[in-house]
Design a protein around this ligand. Structure first.
Ligand code: ATP
Length: 658
């Protein structure tokens, strides 16, 4: 089977919003789907058994009616009447119970399969590189792992019902032939005429339901993006409520329109079903009644035939949707398979090396070149918000080239250079968020591609400018780094990170909730908490992006003290924005255009009179107003680099033009 199908279905209407990123169902998908049912084969067998018993009950009760009328009522035998009535009641109760049990079992199977698939998909997504997450729209990914699987699983329930309906239909037809071959033949001819419009309406309903789910997922993704703290902040600051409202309204309007048409079609299906049943029954009453008058069969047989007919429509309708349901399941599953088949770019090799604990290692970059991966290499177009078709297939430019340097164990290296030079990218390679395209990054002499993920995570600690905190208590945020930390260890880490006084002053102490993305804390406080989290983890290598923004001088001094503690006795790579940090570095690397343009100590680089000296002199050689250094100013350097100078002597580059 090689079907290309849009998940929302191909039905044409004004609500159609053709999606160019269709899900391609690959050959072998059905076999793969069935593979997920293998562990539940026992339950499937039990379900089939129970469903068969249920089908037998469905066809047995009309026979009781036949006997009740022919042998009881018509022959005036009260004993038969009572016995048949009791048996019919017993069968009805048994049928109800069996239906409940079969619903439970089919639920267990469907839920079990979607549980297995979901856990597998989550584990897989965890292994995907950071590049995947930078490209993927979170809301859509959540939809893929959640809503779409639920839908496939619900459809599975219908599939099981439809499959067992087959047995019921066969048994009912056999019994019809047994009771009256003439009525059975007429029924067989007439029923498809009624079923065809029903099938059409059923398909429309199914496609619109799928499109409704797609539209809901799209709206969910949008809301998730706009209503997280930063999205809400952006929309408030840019003040475009009307455009935002128009976007919501248009999407919600689409959902409304599909909802309205769904309820109309749903009602139509209901009416058609009733009409179908009434017309067929009227026909059989007419035909059967005349056969009774002719003495071809007795009244009880007619009652049984009419009852049987009533039990034929439901299963036939379910059977008619079998193919559509199966296809929806296969497409739903293949959407998850698509994700599972995305090969993680960064993998742990077999028998990886563990870096030694508690020993600060050196870091070495050897002929490193790097470019960010293409969309095709790391993501799925269907999960990207901006489906930049043109971008796909294009190779992004090299961000790092010919990078060679060594950070000796236990020393600090500062990275400076213009914005976009590649400093952050370079630090990403140390924590193996990305692998170099060529060349080698070594920690403690080991190629990072040989090192186990666990030991790399233990060895390398990262503090970014915008520290991320979970919406949880301060304690839980700290314990994330070391779940077994004692209260004393937590306090010690917080003291080292200069955040203990603040935590101690909070009424809730460690149990204070830090809010969505830690929003109730200031930038400096968040960064110090992140440093405390890192101190708990005790990595031997520190990768740090010094904060450039929104710290008042008191907070800034506190962060500086915290960093001093954090960097002590560790090998560190710091994207430095402050002169004090740069001066303290054992080595400074000036990064420019993805290369190490210069390296040395502050004094050496000044003496060399190159780019660093130029940057430094441009910044400090300017005459100060009133003999004092301005509290904050932006100065364009001759090479286009701008520095913001803030007290006490911090060095921040803002932008490099040209
Ligand atoms: N995820 C990404 N995908 C593609 N390109 C990227 C990605 N991240 C950064 N880049 C590009 O790589 C180049 C280097 O970026 P990088 O963030 O390393 O610079 P930087 O020196 O740290 O700048 P800044 O000081 O402004 O943070 C830039 O041209 C940037 O646009």
């Amino acid at each position: 089977m090689d079907v290309v199908m849009q998940f929302g279905g191909p039905a044409k209407s004004e609500e159609d919003d053709p999606d160019p990123w269709q899900t391609k169902v690959r050959p072998g998908t059905l076999r793969r789907v069935l593979g997920y049912f293998r562990p539940h084969i026992g339950k499937v067998a039990l379900f089939v058994l129970i469903a068969s018993l249920d089908s037998l009950i469905v066809v047995a009760s009309p026979l009781l009616l036949l006997k009740l009328v022919n042998d009881g009522i018509l022959k005036n035998d009260l004993r038969v009447v009572v016995l048949m009535a009791c048996l019919a009641a017993g069968l009805a109760v048994a049928g109800g119970l069996l239906e409940l049990v079969s619903a439970y079992i089919s639920g267990r199977i469907g839920q079990g399969v979607s549980y297995d698939l979901r856990v597998q998909a989550l584990r897989h997504v965890q292994r995907l590189p950071i590049a995947f997450f930078t490209r993927t729209q979170t809301g859509v990914l959540i939809g893929r792992l959640h809503t779409e699987l639920i839908m496939a699983q619900q459809q599975f329930g219908y599939l099981l019902m439809a499959a067992t309906s087959g047995l019921t239909v066969v048994l009912v037809l056999v019994e019809l032939f047994y009771l009256s071959w003439l009525v059975a033949v007429v029924t067989l001819v007439v029923i498809p005429l009624f079923i065809i419009p029903w099938v059409y309406v059923g398909r429309v309903i199914q496609r619109r339901t799928e499109r409704l789910m797609d539209a809901n997922a799209g709206l969910g993704g949008l809301l998730q993006e706009r209503f997280n703290v930063q999205g809400a902040m952006l929309s408030k600051l840019f003040g475009r409520p009307d455009e935002e409202m128009a976007e919501y309204a248009s999407r919600a309007g689409k959902i409304r329109n599909i909802g309205v048409s769904l309820s109309v079609y749903g009602r139509l299906a209901f009416v058609m079903m009733g009409l179908m049943a009434s017309l067929a029954t009227a026909l059989v009453y007419g035909l059967g009644g005349s056969l009774v008058l002719d003495g071809a069969f007795q009244l009880g047989t007619l009652v049984a035939i009419v009852t049987l007919l009533g039990r034929l429509f439901g299963p036939m309708v379910q059977l008619s949707g079998l193919q559509e349901t199966a296809q929806t399941i296969v497409v739903g599953f293949s959407r998850t398979f698509e994700l599972l088949d995305l090969k993680p770019l960064i993998e742990e090799r077999d028998e990886p090396v563990a870096l030694p604990k508690n020993v600060a290692p050196d870091i070495a970059f050897e002929d490193v070149a790097f470019r960010y991966p293409t969309a095709d290499e790391v993501s799925l177009a269907s999960l990207e918000y901006v489906r930049a078709e043109k971008m796909r297939g294009e190779t992004p430019p090299q961000v790092l080239r010919d990078v060679n340097f060594r950070v000796p164990a236990g020393t600090m290296t500062a990275l400076v250079g213009p914005s976009g030079a590649g400093k952050s990218t370079l630090t990403h390679l140390v924590s193996r968020l990305y692998d170099p395209v060529s060349g080698t990054v070594r920690v403690g002499g080991h190629d990072l591609r040989d090192v186990s993920f666990d030991s790399l995570r233990e060895t390398v600690g990262v503090v970014s400018q915008d520290a991320y905190l979970f919406h949880d208590t301060i304690r839980e945020n700290l314990l994330y780094a070391r779940p077994d930390a004692t209260e004393e260890q937590l306090i010690e880490a917080c003291k080292g990170a200069q955040i203990w006084d603040l935590i101690a002053s909070l009424p809730g102490g460690f149990d204070t909730v830090t809010g969505d993305r830690g929003y109730r804390m200031s930038g400096g406080e968040k960064q110090r908490l992140a440093i405390a989290r890192l101190l708990l983890k005790e990595p031997t290598v520190m990768v740090l992006d010094e904060a450039t923004a929104h710290l008042d001088s008191e907070s800034e001094a506190a962060v500086q003290r915290a960093l001093k503690t954090a960097l002590r006795n560790r090998t560190s790579l710091v994207i430095a924005h402050r002169l004090s940090t740069i001066r303290e570095a054992d080595q400074i690397l000036v990064i420019d255009g993805g290369r190490v343009a210069e390296s040395g100590t502050h004094e050496e680089l000044l003496a060399r009179g190159g780019l660093y000296a130029e940057l430094y002199h441009t910044q400090f050689a300017r005459p100060e107003r009133n003999g004092t250094r301005p509290a904050e100013e932006i100065q364009p350097a001759s090479n286009g680099t701008e520095f913001i100078v803030t007290e006490p002597q911090p060095l921040r580059h803002v932008v490099r033009g040209g």
